[in-house]
Design a protein around this ligand. Structure first.
Ligand code: NAP
Length: 314
């Protein structure tokens, strides 16, 4: 089968196609014929060597953690799927495995039936950002119509799901986005929109109960002036050291700093699938063909689009 791998850290041009044996499945695994893979910032952060502590420095490395496709084969212990089922899922170890290949073997516990009304690219866009959005909502605790929330970086894959989930709570959400995505952020549930290309969001007078940074460009320290006395900062791009230190610092401050770690658990996927049934939209703004994988990664990394980017296989 064809698979996309890289042999050194670098830009999208280090990605290359290789021929390899179709994976052999363990009793608890399914073999999925991949129809689409969605792109996450995690993919290029690992590829550029920015996450070596977790990804390791061994090569070759594969890429693309979220996928959708059709079950080709099931291990002897798998009872909940059969050949031909349309599914979506995530590789078991998102730091070390990738699904951008003609086939992927994964435990049946990291695969779910594809909602019928979604296409493969949309389904492949659910797991990592969807689980992160559910986790972010959980960490916000008891929010209501008086809760003021700032979502910085509001029209990416993660944030579009979060905006839609927040809309249901009635919270007053201010979305920070670039000019062309302002109307879109409102459509997806934001009450107010700030254009980060025209206004310094940190210089505003408003103070928030919750600040969520999904741009990777706003730190807890810089956000403190726009946070209320007992406000919460949610950090989706923590440095490894911030995971333990934030817990300790939180004991001594009114303002709290929590990190978000995406957990595509069965419970989080059930919450998402119910929300999707109830109308949650999965927005894929551009789909590339398999042969265009380098272009797809470069396009995704350049930003400036709304929602997700996907690569489709035949
Ligand atoms: N911790 C976890 O478990 C977890 C899980 C998933 C994702 N993440 C992280 O969360 C972040 C969001 O993920 P994603 O998939 O939604 O990424 P994404 O699709 O690339 O979205 C990033 C958003 O940030 C906006 N942005 C860029 N520069 C900005 C600035 N200076 N000020 C305000 N907004 C700005 C972008 O808008 P424009 O393109 O219009 O500039 C875009 O809407 C990424 O850093 C990702 O690595 C973490």
């Amino acid at each position: 089968m064809k698979a996309i791998v890289y042999q050194k850290f670098g830009n999208a041009d280090v990605l290359q196609t290789i021929e390899m044996t179709t994976p052999f499945i363990q009793p608890n695994q399914v073999l999925v014929k991949v129809k689409a893979v969605s792109i996450n910032p995690l993919d290029w952060k690992i590829r550029k060597g920015q996450m070596k502590l977790m990804s390791g420095s061994g090569f070759p490395k594969s890429t693309g953690v979220d996928f959708a496709g059709i079950i080709e084969d099931t291990g002897s212990a798998v009872t909940n799927f059969k050949k031909g089922d349309e599914v979506f899922g995530v590789v078991k170890n998102i730091m070390k495995e990738g699904a951008l290949a003609e086939y992927v073997a994964v435990p049946s516990s990291t695969v779910w039936k594809k909602p019928k009304h979604l296409n493969f690219s949309q389904a492949a866009s659910i797991p990592v950002v969807g689980a992160a959005a559910v986790t972010a909502l959980e960490k916000m605790g008891n929010i209501h119509s008086q809760t003021q929330i700032l979502v910085n970086g509001a029209t990416g894959g993660f944030s579009l799901l979060l905006l839609q989930l927040l809309k249901k709570t009635g919270a007053r959400v201010t979305a920070v986005t670039s000019t062309k995505a302002m109307d879109f952020a409102k459509e997806q549930g934001a009450s107010f929109v700030i254009d980060y290309t025209k206004e310094n969001v940190l210089a505003q007078k408003n103070k928030y109960d919750i600040v969520v940074d999904l741009s990777g460009k706003m730190s807890y320290a810089s956000a403190r002036p726009i946070m209320k006395r007992k406000a919460l900062f949610l950090n989706a791009t923590p440095k490894p050291i911030e995971i333990p230190t934030s817990l300790i610092k939180n004991l001594f401050t009114g303002k709290k700093h929590l990190v978000i770690l995406s957990n595509p658990s069965a419970n989080n996927m059930e919450i998402l699938l119910n929300a999707i049934d109830a109308g949650l939209q999965i927005v894929v703004s551009k789909v590339f063909r398999f042969a265009q994988y380098r272009e797809a990664y470069q396009y995704a990394e350049n930003g400036g689009y709304v929602g997700k980017i996907a690569v489709e296989l035949n």
